[in-house]
Ligand binder design. Structure first.
Ligand code: F6P
Length: 320
């Protein structure tokens, strides 16, 4: 394989640039011509490619976002989208593609492989919602961002003896909430995988107050199905305690990637080049039990994950 391209797609995640650096430099080291595609699948359809050299990816390892820009492309998923993209790549002599993104981007990668084009997929999303891999690139940084926010919120919550709801991202996954809640000592974590009755929330807050707790921190995942503003009003009316909400939103997507995300991104990028060089046709790369691995893209896309209820039980015990 002599000429390859890569793109970043969907919501950006810290570590995408580290993955870009690895793909470009490892690809060039293997004698490949490497092309970056601007704005994800949109750029693939528009033929918005740029040849990339070693020096183009200098000084980006520590940066959040993606130097290639990203987009959520409706056009690509429309009938004929994949065929058009393959035609565009054909005119440029591109023989393989590396896709960096989340679940929507993975579906896009599947349509290309189905149509016979080789694609290596790198799991880049803060949500940690790709079941085939233990961790996605960007998740660790997002958890650390939430953790930093919790520490600051805890100071002001105890000073005012308030309840604070911290709403975090994650789409249909509660992993950001769960891991940040565990590491940040939250009293209650509400996620799509486990949303307790509202009465449980009030009673837990009241029990804490009765034991002399100065504050309660509640982490509410955006996909929990419980609206933070309604929860805030309900807690106030049932406990008499002043309650505030902090929505962390896009703060969680930005920032310099953690060491863990940079390392994961680097290994995954290097693995993608190795697989393309070996003539693999469609793989998803990830990390299982601490090791970088690759599996069939379609099998990876079909994986589902059972929530680990023991983590919720542990939070319950620790926050009594
Ligand atoms: O998938 C990453 C993510 O940040 C989700 O956690 C969130 O629900 C969504 O993207 C927000 O998407 P957008 O950038 O389109 O607002």
């Amino acid at each position: 394989m002599k000429r390859i391209a890569f793109l970043t797609s969907g919501g950006d995640s810290p570590g995408m640039n580290a993955a870009i650096r690895a793909v470009v430099r490892c690809g060039i080291a293997e004698g490949m011509e490497v092309y970056g595609v601007h704005r994800g699948y949109e750029g693939l359809l528009a033929g918005d490619f740029v040849r990339m050299y070693r020096s183009d990816v200098g000084d980006i390892l520590h940066r959040g976002g993606t130097i290639l820009k990203t987009a959520r492309s409706r056009h690509f998923m429309e009938p004929g989208g994949a065929a058009k993209a393959i035609e565009v790549m054909g005119t440029l002599g591109i023989e393989g593609l590396v896709v960096m993104g989340g679940d929507g981007s993975m579906r896009g990668a599947c349509t290309l492989v189905e149509a016979g084009f080789p694609v290596m997929f790198l799991p880049c999303t803060i949500d940690n919602d790709l079941a085939y891999t233990d961790y996605t690139i960007g998740f660790d940084t997002a958890v650390n961002t939430v953790l930093d926010a919790i520490s600051k919120i805890r100071d002001t919550s105890s000073a005012h003896e308030r309840v604070t709801i911290v709403e975090v991202m994650g789409r249909e996954s509660g992993d950001i909430a769960l891991y940040a809640g565990m590491a940040g000592g939250a009293e209650i974590v509400l996620t799509p995988e486990r949303k307790p009755m509202l009465s449980y929330v009030y009673n837990k807050v009241l029990a804490g107050l009765n034991r002399g707790k100065l504050h309660s921190i509640i982490i509410n995942a955006e996909g929990s199905g419980i609206a933070s503003d309604a929860l805030e009003a309900d807690i106030e009316s049932h406990t008499g305690k002043e309650t505030r909400t902090v929505v962390l939103s896009y703060l969680q997507r930005g920032g310099s990637p953690s060491a863990q995300d940079r390392i994961l991104a680097t290994f995954c990028g290097a693995k993608a080049i190795e697989l393309l060089k070996n003539g693999e046709k469609g793989c998803a790369i990830g990390q299982k039990d601490g090791k970088i691995f690759a599996m069939d893209l379609f099998e990876a896309a079909a994986c589902t994950k059972e929530p680990d209820m023991s983590l919720y039980e542990l939070i319950e015990v620790l926050s009594m």
